[in-house]
Design a protein around this ligand. Sequence first.
Ligand code: FES
Ligand code: FE
Length: 337
Amino acid sequence: MLVTKQNVFRKFWYATVSVESLKDGPKPFVLLNEKLVLFLDADGKTGCLEDRCCHRTAKLSKGWMKNGNLVCGYHGWEYDRDGKLVTIPQFPADQALPDCKVKNYRTAERYGYVWVALEEPLQPIPEFEEEGMPGWRRIHQFYDIWQTSSLRLMENSFDNSHFAFVHKGTFGDINQPKPEKYEITEKDWGFEAETIVTVVNPPNAERITGTRDPYTKRHMRNRWFVPFSRRLDMEYPSGLRHIIMNCATPIDDKSIQVVQILFRNDDEASCSTQELIDWDAAILVEDREILESTSPDAIVDMSRRLEMHMPSDRPGMIMRRRLLDLMKQHGEEEIPA
Ligand code: FES
Ligand code: FE
């Protein structure tokens, strides 16, 4: 599935860069092969334009902000938040400006990130009621480019057969390869998948899980949001909840920006931000290594060799069916790699 060739994927919100990272100037980002520049205007509102000056095509992300306008670093032309050309410094004050505009895109600020939708979005940004709620903290855990596809990361996020193998160095138990069953409930926006799994609890996870038992249980309430976001709510018997938001933002057909944000119902003294980042980073390194070894074209052939599918492949197959249906609804055929 070549996501950059399927127009419908332009109609969703994706997490791009942190709002914080824009405080020292505009930043480039590639979304579905579109080269973008992200910035903050004079009021601190996020903006997103095509990363291409309409004079001689320089990347606007090489420029800087001036009184809320984006200045091209080549000859100093200035654009407002909507992409309208507002200054050509070489022109005399009484000379009219040409009617030029750089393409602009809609943005939203949520969970400390700038979300971008290239076209009118079909769904809202996934909701996290824990945002700003007393007793909860939000941690920006992970932000990195992976050489895989968005669908590969999503199907992996619901595949509980890989724990025993890929995560044998962290929470998986190589002697327990049989996955627990997921209860899956389909929704307009994706699906909910619920299960309880037993996990290994090594010493460096004890403050994460809130128990010193060598094994513990995770009540997993996992949600997939069409097309490439998920929320994983992991509740431990200690009462601790570890809720991860992932957005597998498609850069192109072979690479993704992995954004991971964590919500926890404890405090810094119980488990430090660094411990939480280190623990989940170790898990993500395991996922990354195996996912980057797979083909980014995430075809799951549902018609042939059905006997090869494990029950734990079901979430990924539902995703693929839903995405194919979505394309059909928008008059698109799948363009295979
Ligand atoms: Fe941008 Fe000349 S290329 S001002
Ligand atoms: Fe994993």
